[in-house]
Design a protein around this ligand. Structure first.
Ligand code: ALA
Length: 893
């Protein structure tokens, strides 16, 4: 065995071995599965090929080999809790695999695997074990595989049978599946003591390294198995494990994949290697999670509270918390993630490309977590105080769960804090909450398929050729007509139809570009096409209504796309590429596409960026795109291999699935061009940027955490925008009676005038009110040696009424004030009595109570100040009129 092989060489050796046997090397797909919102993460090498196995998608090759980025943190394959303590479990890992899509089957799969392990990797045969499926009520025991293993030279005593759990593989509750055969490796020190019982046991000396799945069935939601169109092969070798074996170490964390990360961490913690040796679990968990975080963020996932984002948040916070237990109290994960980027950036260029963004995202989330940790401690303290008051010593499972789920507060931290205070928590209650939570996660990871694609696949139609890159009008033959979900031979006037032609210039909606509209004119009728869709790769379906006559299969039709609409779409599509590139230049490389709509009237572009883009920067973006338009650069495209395209710097989109052959659209990039965009794209584009005419951003905003949206118009859209804006400007100028250029100055002047007028109104109102109050004061009457006022006034609200009362009372010095006003049509009364008169028995509260009765209301207050409301506005004057009489009564008392 060659122990000096680096992990990079091992990966390469695997892929090259299969390439020699006619397998196409396909780059790893994104960790975020395409078109599959229900599968959280790519969790096996076969995930990108699911539709190929099911026969729904054709690829240009029948054999493939990959090193696929995988995550297993939720759903059926969930290893999170083992990560750290276990020497060989990971959240993120690489899966090496070889695939046959209806080409070779068991015999070659077994032959290849054995040859690679024993000849290329040089593993001793007497340390290898293989397992096969023992069968169940539906699937027979895999005697064939057993026989084939014997034929390649495996001793019969080393071939074991196991049940469904180990030897029947499925990705999720539904989807492609089949019996499998695993290869295990004995890594112990006593090969002579190997026993069959060690395989699939807890004994660490025995380790599964490779799984060969004989894909034969599709499992549906009811659990029934339907044979696949063609038996296929899917294999998965744990890359970290085989690296450990070939580097002669028993722990994956001791391979060159992890050592550099752990070393950086040891340096950061600063407690030396002996501390690491005594605390491997947190060191290893952090190393694992640093990889997961870097790769997830590189694939466009951001920390958040739902789905994938939540998983990233949990992993990142789990790592931050492990650091906390190592006394790392400052953000540190960017440092360990940087090692991941340094060591794996060449195999996975997306890491290197998005380096700054990855590190920044990690640090921001760590900072958020340390604030949450502080909040969680406050919450926990409050819960502890409540417990103490109630004389309890056990914190409820619900509380512990809420701390965990809401504050990301790890349960062992809660436990430690409680313990330190002689308290405990309800572990069973917590487990029950967690189980309910896990169940939810499982339910949402179920694998589903769309019925539409399935239905079309059943019709088994050949792919249509797309002519629309070079023309908008051509002839084609009707291959299939569907009315109400059924294949028909004829559709008549008024019917809604779906039509497949052998060739068509109509573009089917994809990559954000909307489907074309137009007409299909046949010998006996006309179909108006209102949309074009692509339910399956390669299948173009025209959706429309038979406008006149009828249309039949076999008809030769003249297919005409609405050319003007299409031209508008093409302008917007090319402009989207220019915008994307300019965003990279002005906002940063991380500003990658998160969604896009290319319609005739506008383009909408969503991209990853954490904050709003200011008006000046928006103007600069528009200016640059327009400069590019004026450069009139050629827009070219060519088909190339994915590798070459990426190698030449083309932007590939996260979450997009690319075949081996891709279409690369290039704008500029030659010697005389100041600009250059290269993007993988199947859409239709203008021939030169000058055709776009002009570009104008109409809005910028947020559409979720970390995602911004720009909407813009081009060509005719800009014309319309300019016209609409100019016409309202002209309208305003006309109304203001100035030239358009003078509108702003005129508005400023008018606003100034308006403000001055408002001020004047306020002053006059104040004066008027004071005048009225003066009159009230003048009319004060004498009573028993003091003066009082009793008057009806105008007041806008009770606060102003109160102010008036204060003013009058101050003017009187000693006395009584009673005011009545209608507020919102309802009578309101206010009474005030100065302190010396209160001593003599006068009482504002008693006054108001009696007066309020007159106006049909109630209220009261203190002897010095009281207020009341009533219902009967007609009686307000009568109430005021009774003041003298009431004062006379009070004075006597
Ligand atoms: N898809 C198989 C696995 O993940 C190879 O084990």
């Amino acid at each position: 065995m060659n122990t000096s092989r680096s992990s990079r060489e091992i990966r390469q050796a695997f892929l090259e071995f299969f390439e020699e046997y006619g397998h196409t090397q396909v780059p790893s797909a994104s960790l975020v599965p395409v078109n599959n919102p229900t599968l959280l993460f790519t969790n096996a090498g076969m995930v990108p090929f699911v539709e190929t196995f099911l026969g729904l998608e054709q690829r240009p090759y029948k054999r493939a080999t990959t090193s696929q980025k995988c995550m297993r943190v939720s759903g059926k394959h969930n290893d999170l809790d083992n990560v750290g303590p276990s020497p060989r479990h990971h959240t993120f890992f690489e899966m090496l695999g070889n695939f046959s899509f209806g080409d070779y089957f068991k015999r070659d799969a077994i032959r290849f695997a054995w040859q690679l392990l024993t000849e290329v990797f040089g593993l001793p045969k007497d340390r290898l074990w293989v397992t096969v499926f023992e069968g169940n009520e539906r699937v027979a025991p895999d005697e064939e595989a057993e026989q084939l293993w014997r034929e390649v030279g495996v001793a019969p005593s080393r071939i074991l049978r196991f049940g469904e759990k180990d030897n029947f593989w499925q990705m999720g509750e539904t989807g492609p599946c089949g019996p499998c055969s695993e290869i295990h490796y004995y890594q112990g020190d006593h090969p002579e003591r190997q026993v069959p019982e060690g395989v699939n046991s807890d004994d660490d000396d025995y380790m599964e390294i490779w799984n060969l799945v004989f894909m034969q069935y599709e499992k549906d939601a009811e659990g029934s198995l339907t044979p696949l169109p063609k038996p296929s092969i899917d294999t998965g070798m744990g890359f970290e494990r085989i690296t450990a074996v070939l580097q002669g170490v028993r722990n994956n964390y001791h391979t060159d994949l992890f050592v550099p990360i752990v070393e950086r961490l040891v340096a950061l913690v600063g407690k030396g290697h002996s501390h690491y040796a005594g605390n491997v679990a947190p060191y290893h968990a952090i190393a694992d999670h640093s990889r997961a975080c870097a790769f997830l963020i590189a694939d466009g996932v951001r920390p958040g509270n739902e789905g994938r984002s939540y998983v990233l948040r949990r992993i990142l916070r789990r790592a931050a918390y492990q650091g906390y237990t190592l006394d790392l109290k400052r953000p540190f994960l960017a440092e360990t993630a940087a090692v991941v980027i340094e060591t794996m950036g060449d195999a996975y260029p997306e890491l290197a490309r998005r380096r700054e963004y990855i590190l920044q995202t990690i640090t921001e989330e760590e900072e958020r977590f340390s604030r949450t940790l502080a909040d969680g401690i406050v919450r926990l303290d409050a819960a502890v105080s409540r417990m103490r008051e109630a004389g309890e010593t056990t914190l409820s499972g619900r509380d512990v769960f809420v701390l965990y789920s809401t504050y990301g507060f790890p349960v062992d931290l809660t436990e430690r804090i409680l313990e330190a205070q002689g308290l405990g928590y309800d572990a069973d209650g917590y487990e029950a909450e967690m189980e309910a939570f896990r169940q939810q996660a499982r339910d949402s990871s179920k694998f589903k398929r769309t019925g539409e694609a399935e239905a079309w696949a059943e019709h088994g139609l050949p792919a249509s050729s797309f002519l629309g890159y070079t023309t908008t009008r051509d002839t084609g033959n009707v291959q299939a007509l569907v009315v109400d979900g059924e294949l028909v031979n004829l559709a008549a006037q008024g019917q809604t139809v779906q039509i497949v032609l052998d060739r068509t210039p109509f573009y089917a909606e994809s990559g954000g570009q909307v489907g074309d509209t137009g007409t299909l004119v046949g010998p006996n009728g006309v179909v108006r096409v209102s949309d074009t869709q692509r339910p399956l790769a390669g299948l173009i379906v025209h959706i429309g209504t038979v406008e006149s006559g009828e249309i039949a299969t076999g008809d030769s039709v003249e297919a005409s796309v609405d050319a003007e609409r299409r031209a508008d779409i093409m302008r917007n599509h090319t402009a989207t590429h220019l915008l994307h590139k300019v965003l990279h230049q002005l906002v940063g490389e991380h500003a990658t596409q998160a969604g896009s709509l290319v319609a005739p009237d506008r383009l909408r572009f969503d991209f990853n960026h954490g904050k709003a883009i200011g008006p000046e920067q928006l103007r600069e973006i528009s200016r640059r795109v327009n400069a590019w338009i004026r450069e009139d650069d050629a827009v070219d495209w060519r088909i190339s291999s994915y590798q070459d395209a990426i190698g030449s710097g083309a932007m590939a989109l996260f979450g997009e699935k690319y075949g081996d052959e891709v279409r690369m659209v290039t704008v500029g990039c030659d010697d005389d061009s100041a600009f250059c965009s290269r993007e993988l794209c199947g859409g239709t584009h203008v021939g030169r940027t000058g055709e776009i005419g002009a570009f104008q951003i109409v809005s910028e905003g947020s559409v979720g955490a970390g995602i911004r949206r720009i909407e813009a118009v081009t060509g005719r859209g800009v014309e319309e925008l300019v016209e609409a804006n100019l016409s309202s400007l002209r309208g305003a100028a006309e109304k203001l009676n100035v030239a358009p250029a003078g509108v702003l100055a005129r508005i400023d002047a008018l606003l100034g005038e308006l403000k001055a007028s408002q001020k004047l109104i306020e002053t006059l109102q104040g004066q008027q009110a004071r005048g009225a109050l003066d009159a009230v004061l003048q009319a004060a009457q004498d009573h028993n040696g003091f003066r009082y006022v009793a008057a009806r006034v105008e007041a806008p609200d009770s606060a102003r009424l109160r102010e008036m009362g204060d003013w009058l009372r101050d003017k009187l010095g000693e006395g009584v004030v009673v005011l009545g006003a209608l507020l919102g049509g309802k009578p309101q009364l206010l009474a005030m009595v100065t302190p010396s008169l209160v001593k003599q028995g006068y009482n504002a509260g008693a006054l108001v109570r009696e007066l309020a009765q007159v106006v049909g209301g109630g209220g009261g207050g203190r002897p010095e100040l009281a207020q009341a409301g009533g219902k009967d506005p007609e009686k307000l004057d009568e109430a005021i009129g009774r003041v003298a009489e009431l004062l006379a009564k009070q004075g006597k008392g």
